[in-house]
Design a protein around this ligand. Structure first.
Ligand code: MN
Length: 202
């Protein structure tokens, strides 16, 4: 799946736990005043993980324009009867050139800053622990400036952490997402990666 929303070109690659049909890793890209990127990992794998993730995605879609901490709190309320999820939300403001993000649990977020003529700078955005639906940590939203061609990568824990240092950052988001899934998906979990480039196609 891929698309262009406002100033973002994005792509998603995912696959379920080998042998399962339902994937407990889900994503959403939706544009309102800002463009919201969401990646959700339902705990475990299989149909119950997929059910929790689906409920989270529905809740996020219904409130995409709300502040990120309110979206997470509403997910927490809606997911109490489920296994719960890890999630990371990133809101990109095309007018301000900033991103704000909030994560609970281990969906990793990587920002690769474009650096003309130099090595791109990689910064891992670290979420706090917790499980949305069961245990919510204090919610801290953080903001960062976003430059032209900066790359945002969100990956569930079914993607090896090696992706953050070893993945390429040039080219189309769809190519980068395919490469990360092919090289870094782990055999024991669902896997999903979302790649978005600020500033549109190169
Ligand atoms: Mn997982």
């Amino acid at each position: 799946m891929s698309g262009v929303h406002s100033a973002l070109e994005w792509a998603v690659e995912a696959r379920p736990y080998p042998g399962e049909v339902a994937c407990g890793d889900r994503s959403l890209v939706v544009s309102g005043r800002e463009t919201l990127l969401a990646v959700v990992d339902g705990l475990g794998h299989g149909i119950e993980a997929a059910r929790a993730a689906e409920r989270a995605i529905e809740t996020i879609a219904e409130r995409a324009d709300a502040p990120l901490d309110e979206i997470v709190q509403e997910c927490h309320r809606q997911l109490r009867s489920t296994r719960g999820v890890a999630l990371t939300l990133v809101a990109v403001s095309p007018t301000l050139g900033t991103l704000t993000w909030l994560g609970v649990g281990n969906v990793e977020a990587l920002l690769v800053r474009a650096s003309p003529g130099g090595l791109p700078a990689r910064a891992l955005i670290v979420a706090s622990g917790g499980v949305v639906g069961h245990h919510l940590p204090p919610l801290r939203t953080a903001s960062l400036d976003l430059g032209p061609d900066d790359l945002i990568v969100l990956a569930t824990d079914g993607i090896s952490e090696q992706f953050a240092v070893q993945s390429p950052c040039n080219g189309e988001p769809a190519e980068i997402a395919r490469d990360i899934l092919a090289r870094h998906a782990l055999s024991g979990d669902d896997a999903l990666v979302l790649v978005a480039r600020h500033g549109g196609p190169r």
